[in-house]
Design a protein around this ligand. Structure first.
Ligand code: DGJ
Length: 705
C-alpha cells in the first residue's frame, strides 16, 4: 500500500514500512512496519538521499553520472512530480518482477532537460520492494551516461556488517562478512556474467536489522557501500566499469530492477526473499509445480557414451523411481571432448541413434526426456564457425582468449540471437524434450560487435540474451529450463525470470554443498536450487561421504542424481529407490515449504516446514566429529510452538527408520536436542568426507490446550 501525506509517501508491506520525502528526495524511514497514522516532519532532513551526483552529494560513489555534449558533467536534479499508479514501469527487454502492486514514480529534472525517474513498487503480499531508475534525455543533444544505479538507499550511521556471497568454480556463494566503519566497500563483477566470484545478493546488517539487496540482472553488477556524512550509502546496479551509453535526444536508459528487503533477522530475511522469488520472479507453468526427480549422465559418463549405455542408465533411473532423464554434453556434432562442435546442434546419430529416437525410447520407459545445450557458445572447430566466423565474439586482428577451448557468440547481434532461437527450438522440437539444461561455461573477454559502441557492449549482450530467453520461454511454455554456468556461475534473479531452477555448482561433494547451498538459500528458494547426489569418491574433492549424507544434503534443493546407476551395487540401487520414494512423498514440503537454516557449534543443516506447520523434514549435519567431543546439539525452527510433534529419526537410505519420540514445538525450538553417538557413527562409516548426517521427520499429533 502506498499513502501520500504532503511531500511524504509511505509504503507499507505486510511487515515493513518505507517512508520517502519526495520533495527533498530523502529516505525518512525504512524498517519494521509502523502502525497507524504517523507524523514524519521531525524525521525529515536527515540527508539520506534517494540519489547522488558528483559535486552535490558528497562521497565518491554516485548513483547517476553522465557527460553532457558541451564538455560539462554537472547534474543538478530537483523535484518535479510524484505519481502513484497500478502499473509497474516497463523495462524494455529486461527481466523484472511481476504481480499486483502499486508503484510510486518520482521525477527529478536537471536544467539540461534530463529527467531522472525513480520507481518503487510495493506488492501487497511481499516484504520486498522493487526499485528501478530511468534517465530520460528531453534535450536536443546526446548525453553520455557513465552510470545509472538502480537503487540508492542511505542507511543511518556506519559500522554495518556487509555479507557477500563469494567463491569460484566449485565453491560458489560462500558467505563472507566485512565490517564497514569508514570508506567504501564494493562487491562487483566485470567479466560479463553475474559470476561464481561475487553474487549480486548482498546484506547490510545494522543495529535495527538486516537489509537484503539483489539485482534482477545477469551481467556485470556492482553493490557499493560508502560511509559518507554520517550515513552508509548503498548503491545497487549495473557495474559502470567499461560502461558508456549514449542517450540520444528523446530517448531513455532504463536501469535493471533492484530489490530490497528489511528483516529483523536472518531467518525472516530468507523467508521474505524466498517468498518474493517464488511469487514475483519465477513464472510460467513451473512456478509452483513440484519439480521432477532427474538422473543426469554427466558425471556417470562424461563424453564417453553411446545409445546403449544411455538407455541402460535411463532404465536404471526409471527403476529407482526417477521421473526425468537428462542427456548432458556430447550428443551433437563431433563432440567427444570439449574441444569442438559447440554451435553444431545436429545429432551425432552414430553415437546416440538420433535425438528423436532416443527421446522416444526414453519416454517409452515412462520417463520424461531432457537435454543439455550451451547455446551462447561456439568452438572454432565447428561447422558454424567455418560458415559464420563473424558470429563469434572476438576483436578483429586480435587473438581471442579461449576458455575451455571455446569462444562466445556475439548475442549483441540480432542475427546471432535469431540463430540461437532457431537452434534451441529445433533441438527441443526434434527431441520432444520437456527439460533443457542451459549451460554457459566461460567468462566474457573479447567483447566486440560490429557497430556496437565499446561502452555499450556488455549491456547490449545481456539485452540480446534476455530477448532470446524470453522468446524461448514463451515458445516452449511446458519446458522446464534449468540455468547452469560451469556449475553455479549465473545464479541470479535475471535468470530465474526465465529459468525456474539453476544448477548450484559442479561441486557435488556433500560437505562443500552444505556451504554452497547455505549461501545460495539466503536469497533464493530451495525450489530454484539444483542439487544432485553423485558417486564417491567425489569427482571434485576426492572425498567419500555416505549415500545417506549425500542424499540428505541434496534434499535441501531440487533432488537429482549425477552418476551411472548401472555401476552401483544392488544394495545402493535399492537405497536410492527408497530415497527417491521418500523425496517424492515429502517433495512439496522440501521444495516449497518454509526453509530455515539450522546452525550451532559443529552442526549445520536445514528444516523445511509445510505451509500449514503440520509436518517438516530436518537435516542435521555434524561436519567435524572428533573423539572425546562432548555431545553436539540442535535447536529446530519454524514449528508451531503449541503443537505436539511425533519426531522420527528417518533414514530413507536404510530399510528401516530409527527411534521416534514426542515433543512440543516449543521444546523442539527452544530446547537443545543432544545428538548422541555421533563419534561411533562416524567410525562405522569409513568415509574420508566424514559428515555425520541425520534426518528428522516431524508430524503434528495434536494442538495443546
Ligand atoms: C558444466 C556443467 O556445470 C556440468 O554440469 C556439465 O553440464 C558440463 N558443463 C558439460 O560440459
Amino acid at each position: 500500500m502506498i499513502r501520500k501525506r504532503g511531500q511524504f509517501f509511505r509504503m507499507d508491506t505486510p511487515n515493513t514500512t518505507l517512508v520517502i520525502d519526495a520533495e527533498r528526495a530523502e529516505t525518512v524511514y525504512y524498517g519494521e512496519r509502523l502502525s497507524g497514522a504517523c507524523e514524519f516532519s521531525a524525521y525529515t532532513g536527515s540527508g539520506r538521499r534517494l540519489f547522488s551526483v558528483f559535486g552535490r552529494s558528497g562521497g565518491s560513489e554516485y548513483s547517476v553520472a553522465f557527460f553532457h555534449s558541451d564538455g560539462g558533467f554537472t547534474a543538478d536534479f530537483s523535484f518535479a512530480r510524484a505519481k502513484v499508479s497500478d502499473a509497474k514501469p516497463v523495462l524494455p527487454d529486461l527481466p523484472s518482477s511481476y504481480g499486483e502492486g502499486k508503484t510510486l514514480e518520482l521525477r527529478y529534472t536537471d536544467p539540461a532537460k534530463l529527467a531522472l525517474h525513480l520507481f518503487f513498487t510495493v506488492f501487497e503480499d511481499s516484504d520486498v520492494i522493487a526499485v528501478s531508475a530511468q534517465l530520460h534525455n528531453a534535450g536536443k543533444k546526446p548525453v553520455r551516461l557513465q552510470r545509472l544505479m538502480s537503487l540508492q538507499l542511505e542507511l543511518p550511521g556506519a559500522g554495518y556488517r556487509i555479507h557477500t556471497f563469494d567463491g569460484a568454480w566449485g565453491r560458489e556463494r560462500h558467505e563472507t562478512v566485512h565490517t564497514l566503519q569508514n570508506g567504501t566497500f564494493v562487491n562487483q563483477v566485470s567479466e560479463g556474467y553475474s559470476s561464481h566470484m561475487h553474487n549480486p545478493f548482498v546484506v547490510a546488517e545494522g543495529p535495527c536489522g538486516l537489509f537484503g539487496f539483489n539485482l534482477v540482472y545477469s551481467g556485470n553488477h556492482k553493490e557499493a557501500f560508502e560511509c559518507v556524512g554520517g550515513v552508509t550509502r548503498a548503491l545497487i546496479g549495473i557495474n559502470d566499469a567499461f560502461f558508456d551509453w549514449e542517450i540520444a535526444p528523446g530517448e531513455s536508459f532504463f536501469a535493471p530492477e533492484a530489490v530490497v528487503c528489511f528483516a529483523p533477522d536472518e531467518d525472516a530475511l530468507r523467508l521474505r526473499m524466498h517468498a518474493f522469488v517464488s511469487e514475483h520472479i519465477v513464472r510460467g507453468r513451473w512456478k509452483k509445480r513440484e519439480r521432477p526427480v532427474l538422473f543426469n549422465n554427466w558425471e556417470g559418463t562424461y563424453f564417453d557414451f553411446d545409445e546403449q549405455k544411455i538407455l541402460a542408465i535411463a532404465a536404471a533411473a526409471k527403476e529407482a523411481g526417477a521421473e526425468l532423464f537428462v542427456l548432458d554434453d556430447g550428443w551433437f556434432g563431433k563432440r567427444d571432448s570439449d574441444t569442438c562442435s559447440l554451435g553444431d546442434w545436429q545429432d551425432n546419430a552414430a553415437k546416440t541413434g538420433g535425438l528423436a529416437q532416443l527421446g522416444e525410447k526414453v519416454r517409452a520407459m515412462g520417463l520424461e526426456f531432457g537435454i543439455w545445450m550451451e547455446p551462447e557458445m561456439i568452438n572454432e572447430d565447428s561447422d558454424l564457425y567455418r560458415a559464420h566466423p563473424g558470429y563469434a565474439m572476438k576483436v578483429p586482428g586480435r587473438t581471442p582468449v579461449r576458455q575451455r577451448h571455446q569462444l562466445m557468440l556475439n548475442l549483441a547481434d540480432e542475427r546471432v540471437q535469431n540463430f540461437v532461437v532457431r537452434a534451441v527450438s529445433d533441438v527441443l522440437t526434434r527431441s520432444g524434450a520437456t527439460y533443457l539444461k542451459w549451460d554457459f561455461n566461460r567468462h566474457m573477454s573479447d567483447c566486440y560487435g560490429k557497430g556496437v559502441p565499446a561502452g555499450e557492449y556488455f549491456h547490449r549482450y545481456m539485452l540480446g540474451f534476455y530477448r532470446v530467453a524470453a522468446k524461448l520461454a514463451k515458445r516452449f511454455p511446458g519446458v522446464l529450463f534449468e540455468g547452469c554456468a560451469g556449475g553455479g556461475g549465473r545464479f541470479d534473479l535475471g535468470i530465474l525470470c526465465y529459468f525456474p531452477q539453476i544448477w548450484a555448482s559442479d561441486d557435488t561433494d556433500a560437505r562443500m554443498r552444505t556451504d554452497i547451498q547455505r549461501g545460495t538459500s539466503y536469497a533464493y528458494p530451495q525450489s530454484s536450487i539444483g542439487a544432485h547426489v553423485s558417486a564417491c569418491p567425489n569427482h571434485q574433492t576426492g572425498d567419500d561421504n555416505t549415500l545417506a549424507a549425500r542424499f540428505n544434503v541434496a534434499c535441501g534443493g531440487v533432488l537429482g542424481y549425477e552418476l551411472d546407476p548401472t555401476k552401483l551395487s544392488e544394495e545402493e540401487r535399492a537405497a536410492i529407490a527408497r530415497q527417491v520414494a521418500f523425496y517424492k512423498e515429502h517433495r512439496k514440503t522440501l521444495q516449497f515449504g518454509s526453509q530455515y537454516r539450522l546452525c550451532g557449534e559443529g552442526v549445520e543443516g536445514y528444516i523445511a516446514v509445510s505451509k500449514d506447520e503440520a509436518s517438516a523434514v530436518a537435516v542435521v549435519n555434524a561436519l567435524n566429529v572428533l573423539p572425546g567431543q562432548p555431545d553436539l546439539f540442535v535447536r529446530f525452527k519454524g514449528l508451531n510452538p503449541s503443537c505436539v510433534y511425533e519426531v522420527t529419526r528417518a533414514d530413507p537410505s536404510a530399510a528401516a527408520d530409527g527411534e521416534t519420540f514426542l515433543a512440543g514445538g516449543d521444546l523442539l525450538m527452544h530446547g537443545c536436542l543432544p545428538l548422541h553417538g555421533l563419534w561411533e557413527e562416524k567410525l562405522a562409516q569409513h568415509c574420508s568426507g566424514g559428515i555425520v548426517s541425520r534426518m528428522y521427520l516431524f508430524k503434528k499429533t495434536k494442538q495443546r490446550s
